[in-house]
Design a protein around this ligand. Sequence first.
Ligand code: URP
Ligand code: ZN
Ligand code: ZN
Length: 476
Amino acid sequence: MSRLLIQNGTIVTGDDQFAADVFVIGEKIHAIGPELGRRFAVPPDELVDATGCYVFPGGIDAHTHMELPLKTTTSSDTFASGTGAALIGGTTTILDFANQIPGKTLKSAVKDWHAKANGKALCDYGFHVSVTDFNERTRREIAECVDEGITSFKTFMAYKGALMIDDRQMLEIMEEVKIQKGLVLTHAENGDLIDHLVEKFRKAGSLSPKFHPLSRPVIAEAEACSRIIDLARFADCPLYIVHLSSQSGLQRLAPALETGTEQRRSGKSEKPRAPIIAETCPQYLLLDDSVYSQRGFEGAKYVLSPPLRKASDQKHLWAGLGSGMIKVVATDHCAFTSAQRRLGVKDFSKIPNGVPGVEHRMELLYSEGVHKGRLSLQQFVNITSTNPARIFGLHPQKGAIHAGADADLVVFDPNEEHVISSKTHHMNCDYSVYEGVPVTGACRMTILRGKVVVRRGKLLAPAGYGKYLPRQKFEY
Ligand code: URP
Ligand code: ZN
Ligand code: ZN
């Protein structure tokens, strides 16, 4: 078995930081402590000098869409290209969404996603399953998914006629997921309100990209957040709101997020209520809706749902991360090239939704969060790795640095400065929504299950090195 020693770094975990070496044997962390080089008779095969660097647990991006088929096109990053970019940015595990095709089974969605990822993914991966067509057969399949280690189920309150389900189906899914000890993930936007506005803009001939955010106002998210909390409380089902984008959405969730945390901390309640958890994304923390007024069709690059909001919303999302109300930053990585965007050149509602970002989550969060004093190092590790590992049933194998855990480690130089550009990124997309953004801090080395998979920006992972991760049930 290979032996690797990381020396002279500062190990950072979700609750501590200390100077120590990490000794890795095979795929696992074997020991952590001072001067480990002297303690082992057999010298390591590889010595990594992490002087001046942090050693973080490998990042976990809990929300990606590789090779996502839509009606008219498929997202442009494959499991090979997207997971390679993830590793370069210090993300060692992704959780991707296997979307049920209405009329078909959950099982066939999962089979399709295994076929896309197996033998191609470079980082480790697991799946959520998106339930878009709920019926008695689907209900039975939820238990089968949980048995296979797929323990989180996405539901959509928007994308009517494609992915959206109604409130009755939502409740029935929640009731079943609760019984099976899973977690419901929800895209919270009011689909009817959005459809109504889209139709109005189309009738008025208002078809350019700037009408995308106007057709998905903040109230669509806020209303859906309130409704989904009420449904989750009624069903007493654990709920995770994906890609929260606005202050109003956060305000609606706030009492539920605090109550859940307080209850679990104080242990007052004998039977704690099912928790409600919130996720946001780098694009909502760093970009705002001024981009939609760019010339011509340029604004199309930023068409995603929910859309980008006001700069003032960003402040509240950062505060939510700082206070622990928002537990996870994931990317919602869903890349489409400029050519694919042009499917909506005559009608904004036909622009495929989503932005690329899986490569930059860790460094953007470090630079804008830790370097700018908005987050502590521990918060950074929790938000990017430990919290998603715990929430999605991967802890303590992932998201942690301790003897026995998978040796998924990032050697991170906090002082290296660079500028993000599509000319140097590795995602399969001909533009970057972060073009020109200066970043302080860079991933110098990524180690996945004991193997150096990235060294100074060079991808070294052998084809298909990524492993499928069955996950544990949701505990609270
Ligand atoms: O615009 C987005 N977010 N596209 C990806 C699918 C989703 O809604 O998460
Ligand atoms: Zn969504
Ligand atoms: Zn998504």
